[in-house]
Design a protein around this ligand. Structure first.
Ligand SMILES: NC(=O)c1ccc[n+]([C@@H]2O[C@H](COP(=O)([O-])OP(=O)(O)OC[C@H]3O[C@@H](n4cnc5c(N)ncnc54)[C@H](OP(=O)(O)O)[C@@H]3O)[C@@H](O)[C@H]2O)c1
Length: 288
């Protein structure tokens, strides 16, 4: 079985599995992780301006292109704008700066990272960037309040994805119903609960791991894939990376999927209130 793709509401096809580089330091660590991922055959990288490592992502992709490991633009790159970059005119300039930092000539998927600030002004510039051919798909992240419908109503191009915390303990069932009318799909952040041992060591994942001769993490990632979620676990460990990507040669049964669905609602790991999220926005500094 080969890796799977998800058809987005704008007609583009995104590799369903990728590598996330949140909290991976810029420089050698990000470059090595991205380069290793591309060598393995992973064709999707999830970064953000706020992660401060876009230049390193671009450097690794350019190296892989020069070495013939990847061709042209067959690597899907997602990045995200921070609220301080939101606003008509301001967002257009921020997109040009992002293109310069990435230095690969394109952005496949550009997200609004957070649901605060002038997100409607930003969206207008993002739509213009699609029309100008600078960005292929646009989407949102962390929109879980009524701001979600507010943006959906204002948007001429409906968001292709909504990136939120999503894993077997917090499956986003209600949110999926809210975005279904727009054809928007879920991208799971914290797909492994940010590496949480309680989630990874759940009895059902151990049991199914023994049945399929897979690790608990592989069972969780396979569950995401069969749920239709787009997933990009973070790892800097080459063995983990190989393991995480090796999930396309087995299939969980409907009964097993349903059993995992029963874990829904156990907990979410990121529990910062909206008020506190707004307070932390000012603490962020743009990359060079
Ligand atoms: N939009 C947002 O606001 C937002 C927020 C958070 C995350 N994200 C995105 O989602 C991505 C994933 O989230 P995340 O990095 O926070 O959490 P995660 O992918 O759920 O978990 C990452 C942790 O799991 C460990 N891990 C990975 N593979 C493993 C394996 N096979 N066995 C055991 N441990 C394993 C990693 O350690 P090792 O490195 O040692 O393998 C790391 O500590 C991010 O990188 C980012 O792209 C987006």
């Amino acid at each position: 079985m080969t890796q799977t793709y998800v058809a987005l509401n704008d007609g583009n096809k995104i590799p369903q599995f990728g590598l996330g580089v949140f909290m991976v330091p810029a420089g050698g660590q990000t470059e090595t992780a991205v380069y290793n991922a591309l060598k393995l055959g992973i064709r999707h990288i999830d970064t953000a301006h706020a992660y401060q490592n876009e230049r390193s992502v671009g450097k690794a992709i350019n190296k892989a292109m020069r070495e013939g490991i990847v061709k042209g633009d067959d690597v899907w790159v997602t990045s995200k704008l921070w609220p301080s970059e939101y606003g008509e005119g301001k967002t257009a300039a921020a997109i040009d700066k992002m293109l310069e930092r990435l230095n690969i000539g394109y952005i496949d998927l550009l997200l609004l990272h957070q649901q605060f600030g002038d997100y409607k002004g930003a969206w207008k510039d993002m739509e213009r960037a699609v029309k100008a051919g600078k960005v292929r798909s646009i989407g949102i992240s962390n929109f879980e309040s009524a701001n979600l419908e507010d943006l959906m109503n204002a948007a001429a191009i409906k968001p292709s994805v909504l990136q939120v915390e999503c894993h077997p303990y917090w499956q986003q069932t209600e949110l999926k119903k809210r975005i279904a009318p727009y054809g928007t799909v879920i991208e799971s952040w914290y797909p492994l609960g940010h590496g949480a041992k309680d989630l990874i060591n759940e009895e059902i994942f151990t049991r199914l791991g023994q049945k399929y001769r897979k690790s608990n993490v592989q069972i969780i990632l396979r569950w995401h894939i069969q749920e239709g979620n787009i997933v990009f676990p973070k790892t800097v460990n080459p063995q983990h990376m190989k393991e995480n990507f090796n999930i396309f040669d087995f299939e969980l049964t409907d009964d097993e999927m349903n059993e995992i669905r029963k874990l829904d609602g156990t907990k979410r790991y990121y529990n910062v209130s909206l008020e506190d999220q707004i307070k932390t926005l000012g603490a962020w500094k743009p990359a060079d």
